[in-house]
Design a protein. Structure first.
Length: 296
């Protein structure tokens, strides 16, 4: 029943993530990268709790298993995702929205390697070739020369750091979801999202309360944008967790590369950014690699 649900779930997650990233970028100048990162978790938490309640009604036999294995994976993923989000926001400001978003797709080969080493996820030879093609395409697509941002080289470095952290987070969240309730993957996904977001929102709120109260004030002052970003973020996270509960991280992240052309369109529409011919051709290579990677 759920065999192919991970594909539309991943596509939906990618679209919602582009919307959330755009809203967060708009908040970053006033709230800073950490304040804009907090928005994703604090304002997304109420919606995540609603999703858990709905999933509990649909699957009354589901029971959360909050084991030590779950907590270890959830905490690892939570920290990695916070760092990845902050790095991504810096990358989008310095290298441009489309380029910064595409650079985080470096989590694809990293997720494949980490999935193989840690969780022993098996991909076919064709899929590994697809990972290599996608990685090469991303390297050309996101090369900082000609980027629209103010500091393209450092922006590229932050984008790669974001991809590295997202690679860790993807595999950690997959493990947390499977440990939570393996018999009910959808329930486990949304419940894991709520637990992780509660940890992230609590930590960042307390930390900013001590280090940067101005960021908290800015986030609250722009609560409408923050709430919309939180809704998009909660929906995106739920979709990501559902996909990761049903398939290995590498093919999930491969399909998620569709986020790159979505971000390119959004960057051109809302931030007046343009991609060069070299980047467009590289994007086509990425699409080929994505298709090959999903053949597992």
């Amino acid at each position: 029943m759920f065999a192919l649900l991970w594909v539309p779930a991943t596509i939906a997650a990618s679209a919602l993530q582009v919307a959330r990233n755009g809203l967060q970028r708009g908040l970053a100048p006033s709230a800073g990268p950490w304040g804009a990162t907090l928005v994703r978790f604090l304002f997304g938490l109420p919606f995540s709790l609603l999703f858990v309640a709905a999933a509990a009604v649909v699957t009354p036999s589901a029971r959360p298993h909050l084991t030590a294995s779950f907590w270890a994976a959830a905490m690892t993923g939570a920290v990695a995702q916070v760092l990845a989000t902050a790095a991504l926001l810096v990358a989008m400001r310095r290298a441009g929205f489309a380029v910064g978003t595409a650079l985080q797709q470096s989590s694809l080969p990293l997720a494949a390697i980490l999935g193989l080493i840690i969780f022993h996820d098996q991909l076919t030879v064709v899929a590994w070739i697809g990972v290599a093609i996608t990685s090469g395409g991303l390297a050309a697509l996101t090369w900082p020369r000609g980027a629209t941002g103010e500091q393209p080289l450092s922006g590229a470095m932050f984008g790669l750091l974001s991809g590295l952290c997202f690679g860790f987070a993807l595999n950690a969240f997959r493990h947390a979801t499977m440990a939570m309730e393996p018999a009910h993957p959808v329930y486990a996904a949304v419940a894991s999202v709520a637990v992780v977001q509660a940890m992230q929102a609590t930590f960042l709120t307390v930390w900013l309360g001590f280090r940067d109260r101005g960021a908290l004030v800015a986030v609250i002052a722009r609560w409408r944008e923050s709430l919309l970003a939180g809704l998009c973020g909660a929906c995106a996270s739920a979709c990501w967790f559902v996909a990761l509960g049903l398939a290995p991280a590498a093919p999930v992240r491969a399909v998620g590369v569709i986020e790159a052309p979505m971000a390119a369109l959004a960057g051109r529409r809302f931030f007046a950014e343009r991609l060069h011919a070299r980047q467009i051709l590289a994007g086509l290579a990425v699409i080929v690699g994505v298709v090959m990677t999903t053949l597992r």
